[in-house]
Design a protein around this ligand. Structure first.
Ligand code: GAL
Length: 385
């Protein structure tokens, strides 16, 4: 064989080798030999951030039950919003032989060494709702259209204020209205998508004076709420009210990215004398948005206290996670419907994005009750049965 031929043959062999091992990042493609295993012999580690928020409990339950229906063993852990706990739980899943991981990270950048260990063990990793950042070792992302969530929250605020009708046409109100802006946790990539989506809608109205932010706090860093905590949001709202509204200025609307934050904001407003009953309280509660359709907030929407939320059907998100998990475990690639948007700092992670729905009081029955997400009695009581 001539040198040239030898080199060509070597190149072809290398290329073949690369193709055979490539295509899925960590774990996909057989190294783990899961393709030949029965689902009963495979364990999927599911790492959820916290049980203090009702939505993540629902996510955990939905993922677990759908995986078990498909025959898999499931190791479901909640990390109490504590980063070392989540790291430890994932380490343990790996050492106990998990065949695949589904992870909703507390801090999207804090799991590098766990994910390296997963990659070394050929364990595929699916990022669940929150993008895992700054690593190559994440194979797929299932989530909702997060920029669209932010736009929907801002539009819901405009509808609540009367500046816009629900169909997007111009409303009868003209403003100006006083609003305040809240964002999520800066260690969660979603917080940026929600805030940027919302500002895409709100900034032009701030620029033309229709909307005024009396506190002047319009940067995400100023608006952020660490760990999405209700108490943190309540105390920031209290500070805003004493700092920018103590001269009698009234707040008309609050952009909130998540129902837990909304409830903190509402508590601060109620403590400051805002209320739904204008006979006994001096000021009407402002329009407050939300996200996740948590039952406590759906009840508040039903009572006319919170204005809206964004419904993300966690049953569908769980279903996408399970579909992607099955594909990896069977040696295939899951189907992505977005391969451009979610750059995690190291690579664009192939994603499956689900649509979202805005829920006002008038939509509770058709969107949440008729679909079986909640019963009417849950909506009345504000508690899951
Ligand atoms: C985000 C998620 C939101 C909300 C928030 C607080 O990552 O996308 O829907 O749940 O966390 O838990």
């Amino acid at each position: 064989m001539s040198n040239k031929l030898r080199l060509t043959a070597l190149g072809a062999a290398l290329a073949f080798g690369l193709t055979a091992c490539g295509g899925g990042g960590a774990g996909s493609g057989g190294g783990n030999d899961t393709a030949d295993a029965a689902p009963e012999d495979l364990t999927i580690g599911v790492s959820m951030p916290t049980q203090t928020s009702e939505r993540w409990i629902a996510d955990g339950d939905n993922v677990q039950s759908q995986l078990e229906d498909a025959g898999y063993q499931v190791d479901l852990q909640f990390a109490n919003d504590d980063i070392p706990t989540q790291s430890q739980q994932i380490d343990q899943m790996i050492t106990q032989g998990a065949d695949l991981l589904i992870v909703a990270a507390i801090d999207g950048t804090a799991l590098s060494s766990q994910l390296q260990a997963a990659a070394d063990a050929n364990i595929p990793v699916i990022s669940y709702d929150r993008l895992i950042r700054d690593t190559d070792n994440v194979d797929f992302y299932v989530t909702f259209d997060n920029f669209a969530v932010g736009q929907a929250q801002a539009n819901a605020l405009l509808v609540g204020l009367g500046l816009q009708n629900a169909d997007g046409s111009a409303g009868s109100a003209t403003g100006p209205f006083n609003i305040e802006l809240f964002a999520g946790s800066l260690d969660d990539n979603n917080a940026f998508f929600f805030f940027n989506g919302a500002m895409d809608v709100l900034q032009p109205l701030i620029d033309d004076g229709t909307l005024v932010v009396p506190s002047g706090q319009t940067d995400i860093e100023q608006a952020a709420t660490l760990r999405w905590q209700q108490e943190t949001a309540q105390s920031r709202m209290e500070t805003l009210l004493t700092g920018s509204y103590n001269d009698g200025t009234v707040v008309n609307g609050v952009l909130s990215p998540y129902d837990g934050i909304s409830r903190g904001i509402i508590t601060a407003l109620q403590n400051a004398g805002y209320g739904p009953n204008l006979d006994s309280t001096p000021r009407a509660l402002p329009v407050v948005t939300g996200q996740d359709a948590e039952i406590a907030s759906v009840a508040l929407i039903d009572q006319g206290v919170q204005s809206s939320t964004i419904f993300k059907d966690t049953r569908n998100l769980a279903e996408q996670a399970v579909t992607a998990a099955k594909a990896f475990l069977e040696g295939d690639e899951p189907e992505a419907n977005d391969t451009e948007t979610y750059d995690n700092g190291n690579k664009v992670v192939p994603s499956y994005l689900l649509p979202v729905e805005t829920v006002f009081k008038a939509d509770i029955q058709s969107v949440l009750v008729d679909s079986g997400y909640y019963t009417e009695s849950e909506v009345q009581s504000g508690q899951a049965d």
